[in-house]
Design a protein around this ligand. Structure first.
Ligand code: AMP
Length: 307
């Protein structure tokens, strides 16, 4: 395998998750895991991150099996990143019960020259300083997308603003877009983020789909309607991985390609929510992906309306 087309920085960790129906403990999670697993169906994806010496070799094998490039995934003495979250009956709402950065607390990424010139970079949700460190090490002005969450909008808000100013595409969920900008609706929140520098902003709205904004354009895609949703953890990261994987596959990022890319992100995310961890996402194939892409086309197409 050559150098990746897409480099992904983010957490690689263990999650304990409470849903109204079930609880699972210490399962494979982390933003870079979901994103790279989704992207692996579309391009050569690589992870920049760190795990502790307690990280199961089986989990590493799973990523290798998906042909994810692990050149920049370090194994350091200490504990792997840990996150615990609980969902309310309405699975669009969740509370973080615990976040332990573990080996991420003083991680400094080492990126070989071969991996500094990738054409696409995804700064997954993680400490904004780490996002900036990776961004600063790139040599060939890649297309950059970044994701974040409320956790980084208090103590590290200024660093997060530096990230936002330097990326091409910013992803954020609806409530966090409002919190970040101080606006009360997603449209003005998106405008405010566009005003900070990114060419495009994506507002994720859980099972209500996602909205793509550029200066004078908007595109909306619904979520895949699912009666089998089990755990939404990682859906946002999977969305981003599917989207960036598609951009990397196509080798460009104009608004037309972006419209297709967010359909791809939506489809990938629909697999993640059907089981815990990457249990379902890791087992899809091209035919399953195509079936859901076709479903979204059917859901959104309509004949001309007579007026
Ligand atoms: P999502 O549901 O797409 O927001 O992503 C959930 C994943 O993000 C889980 O697998 C967690 O391990 C990871 N995660 C949660 N909080 C953080 C954080 N503060 N920094 C990095 N990763 C996190």
């Amino acid at each position: 395998m050559g150098k990746p087309d897409l480099l992904i920085v983010g957490s690689v960790g263990l999650d304990t998750i409470h849903t109204p129906a079930e609880k699972v403990e210490h399962v494979l999670g982390g933003t870079a895991v979901f994103a790279s697993c989704a992207a692996s169906y579309l391009c050569n994806a690589g992870i920049v991150g760190v795990v502790g010496d307690d990280f199961s070799w089986d989990y590493e094998a799973l990523l290798k099996d998906k042909r994810v490039d692990l050149t920049c995934l370090e194994r350091a003495p200490g504990k792997t990143f840990f996150w615990e979250g609980a969902y309310a009956d309405d699975m669009n709402e969740r509370a973080t019960l615990d976040t332990q950065l573990g080996v991420f607390a003083d991680f400094s990424p080492k990126i070989p020259d071969s991996h500094r010139s990738v054409p696409f970079l995804f700064l997954g949700n993680i400490h904004p300083q780490l996002q900036l460190d990776v961004l600063n090490r790139m040599t060939d002005a890649p297309v950059i997308a970044a994701d974040t969450m409320n956790f980084w909008m208090t103590d590290t808000l200024e660093l997060l603003k530096q990230v936002v100013r330097r990326v091409d595409i910013m992803l954020v969920n609806d409530s966090e877009a409002k919190q970040f900008t101080g606006k009360t609706d997603v449209l003005t929140a998106a405008d405010a983020i566009l005003g900070m520098g990114p060419k495009m902003v994506i507002i994720k709205k859980g099972d209500h789909g996602a909205m793509l904004f550029a200066k004078k354009q908007i595109f909306v895609v619904p979520a895949v309607p699912l009666r089998t949703a089990k755990d939404p953890t990682g859906a946002g990261d999977t969305f981003a991985g599917g989207m960036m994987g598609y951009l990397a596959k196509m080798g460009k990022c104009d608004f037309t390609i972006m419209r297709q890319a967010i359909v791809m992100g939506t489809v990938m995310a629909s697999f993640t929510v059907e089981d815990f961890s990457v249990n379902r996402l890791a087992k899809v194939d091209g035919a399953m992906i195509k079936q859901r892409v076709d479903l979204i086309r059917e859901l959104t197409a309509f004949e001309d309306i007579r007026l």
